[in-house]
Design a protein around this ligand. Structure first.
Ligand SMILES: [Zn+2]
Length: 624
């Protein structure tokens, strides 16, 4: 049925009422030369640069790490610094740490009496002779007093000796176990790392409490790990001394894999622990040397039991390492990893690093590090596939787009969950399930909270699912088309790759990219627990000069405004879909919308496709 020209009339109903306040600009910090009003890094944007040179030994008898780092810190800020703050994340595993007190379930799963934490043995500024520096440790933070001020634009090199016992399970992000196949180590949060000094908060001295994740400076990290000769080590970065730690035959396979579209087993399951798979020599230890450019962290894993697969993909060496007795699907892991990397590269931004590795670890979940993801070695089947998809998604957030996870956990887990789901095919209609699961019970709290303030039971909802649901609403229901959303999101990624965006930068960048001031949405979905409850009060009809007009009397019963997708059913069964812009709510919570129709309206429904987390569906439907 062809419709007459629609007449769009929106009228407020009843006493004068204004909802202008719903659409007021979002309260954001003033734009400045570092961060522009359009959400981009400004002409005076700066961030510190931190390069590390690290050498440690893994003690497989004591399960401990000991070594030394040399840190080259460049002060790109306009401020003179008199101290450097470091993150000593292992101090979370001291029995008296704040994290153990506040979030025991997040701190460690260790045998009773485990005494974790660093001993920091010395700190020096490089000079002749080296100057000893005063160190003060508070919880997971260490302040190192510089013996002379560090002026803007200058560099200081300090070296620190450190050691710590490895927890069996450190917050499910690092640990070790003796598996049937042999020892297995997953080593992360292992070297003293600089606290970020930025233009937003100065030194970001938020302690590591075990729940909230990380905020780290970018730089080049070169590290050497000494382990027993029988061990295989995999880690962030490029292996630079394959000639020392691999046999000629393994090296040849690895070289072939880099440009191979077929999977090359570097060490097949059946070759694991065979003497021929390791270089011969008298020395009991070997040192593996890795180098990583432009990263915010490095992690590694080590075991004598690793099988090792590799394949090339667009210049990236994709690898999977897993104990030989791992579940069967680990044999396909490298292919899944390759496809995941290709998917995100195609959609959002090409993967910028030369290596991408998935490693099976003796932990209960997965965890992301630059170029390397930990995935629980217990996983198989769908769990293995989806954990790999999820953790590799983190290469984009927060590893490339380096937001502050401890302040804005949702910009890490939420964005990653979003690209996971979009990657495997969100259907634009009838698929509001992520949003709808929060409709009945309501949202447990605002998304925008520092990660460690969120109750553990609400962490998944507020950090993963709700931000994901918000981005899906934005991409599929609010933005005029998905291509517009995608180009805006890609531009946000491009602007902030290897930088430190805040939530304000994200909101501004998306407003600019989409071409719409979405203050109402950022405030309603990310900054509040406002319920979404749209409804139809009634439908009336009038005939004027032989033209039939339906008057839709619409209600916004909850505080959060949304565009209004309406399906009208006409008397002959014809369906008519119309989507009213969110700004119809500017005039009040009850508005009348007039539309010319070709036949009498017998039913009307808001969000018939059920994409909204509308808390009350009963009022969405009107029937004559
Ligand atoms: Zn995650």
């Amino acid at each position: 049925v062809a419709l007459a020209v629609a007449v769009f009339v929106i009228a407020p109903v009843g006493a004068a009422q204004s909802n202008d306040t719903l659409f007021r600009p979002l309260e954001l910090p003033a734009a400045n030369a570092m961060r522009t009003a359009g959400g981009a890094p400004g002409p005076k944007y700066w961030q510190q640069r931190v390069n590390y040179d690290i050498a440690v030994t893994l003690d497989t008898a004591a399960h401990a790490i000991a070594g030394r780092e040399s840190v080259r810190y460049t002060n790109n800020s306009p401020d003179t610094l008199r101290e450097l703050w470091f993150q000593l994340d292992q101090n979370l595993y001291r029995p008296d740490s704040r994290g153990t007190t506040l979030h025991p379930e997040r701190a460690t799963i260790a045998p009773a009496g485990f005494q974790g934490g660093y001993s920091v043995r010395a700190a020096f500024r490089a000079s002749t002779p080296p100057s000893s520096l005063h160190v003060a440790v508070t919880g997971t933070l260490m302040k190192l007093d510089l013996d002379r001020p560090l002026a803007p634009g200058t560099t200081v090199t300090v070296s620190i000796e450190f050691a710590y016992p490895i927890p069996e399970n450190g917050s499910d992000r690092t640990g070790h176990a003796r598996l049937a196949s042999g020892l297995s180590y997953a080593i992360a949060q292992w070297f003293p790392r600089l606290v970020v000094y930025d233009d937003v908060r100065g030194w970001n001295t938020d302690e590591y409490l075990g729940q909230g994740e990380f905020y780290l400076e970018y730089g080049d990290i070169d590290y050497a790990v000494t382990v027993p000769r029988s061990f295989i080590v995999t880690g962030t970065g490029v292996l630079v001394n394959a000639d020392v730690v691999l046999t000629d035959s393994l090296r040849a396979r690895l070289a072939r894999a880099a440009s191979s579209s077929e999977v090359i087993p570097i060490i097949s399951r059946s070759e694991v622990a065979h003497a021929g798979a390791r270089p011969q020599g008298a020395a009991p230890l070997l040192t593996w040397h890795f180098s990583a450019h432009n990263v915010r962290d490095v992690a590694w894993a080590a075991s004598p039991a690793f099988a090792w697969d590799a394949v090339g993909s667009n210049g990236v060496l994709v690898q999977a390492l897993y104990p030989a007795d791992s579940p069967a699907d680990w044999s396909h892991s490298v292919i899944n990893a390759r496809d995941d990397i290709a998917l995100y590269s195609r959609t959002w931004m090409p993967y910028p690093y030369p290596v991408a590795t998935v490693v099976a670890v003796p932990l209960n979940h997965g965890m992301e590090y630059p170029m390397l993801v930990f995935v629980s070695g217990k996983y198989n089947g769908r769990a293995l596939e989806s954990a790999t998809l999820h953790e590799l998604g983190h290469q984009w957030f927060p590893i490339v787009v380096g937001s502050n996870e401890r302040q804005h956990g949702w910009m890490d887990e939420g964005f990653t969950t979003f690209i996971n789901w979009e990657g495997i095919g969100y259907k634009a209609t009838g698929n509001g399930k992520f949003a709808q699961q929060f409709a009945g019970a309501g949202r447990p709290g605002p998304i925008m909270q520092p990660s460690d303030y969120i109750a553990a039971t609400q962490y998944d909802a507020l950090t993963y699912d709700l931000p994901d649901a918000g981005l899906e609403l934005l991409r599929h229901q609010i933005t005029r088309d998905t291509a517009t959303f995608d180009s805006a999101f890609r531009e946000y990624i491009r602007r902030w790759a290897f930088k430190h965006p805040t939530s304000a930068d994200f909101f501004r960048s998306m407003n600019e990219g989409i071409g719409d001031d979405l203050s109402w949405f950022w405030r309603g979905w990310f900054g509040s627990t406002d319920a979404m409850d749209l409804g139809i009060d009634s439908v009336t009809q009038t005939v004027d000069a032989e033209r039939l007009t339906a008057h839709l009397h619409l209600a916004k019963a909850g505080p959060m405004p949304m565009p209004v997708p309406i399906r009208l059913t006409l008397v002959d069964g014809t369906l008519k879909e119309v989507k009213l812009p969110v700004t119809i709510w500017r005039d009040g919570d009850h508005v009348r919308y007039d539309i010319a129709v070709a036949g009498s309206v017998v039913a009307a429904e808001i969000d018939a496709a059920q994409n909204y987390p509308d808390v009350r569906r009963a009022n969405n439907v009107w029937k004559r």
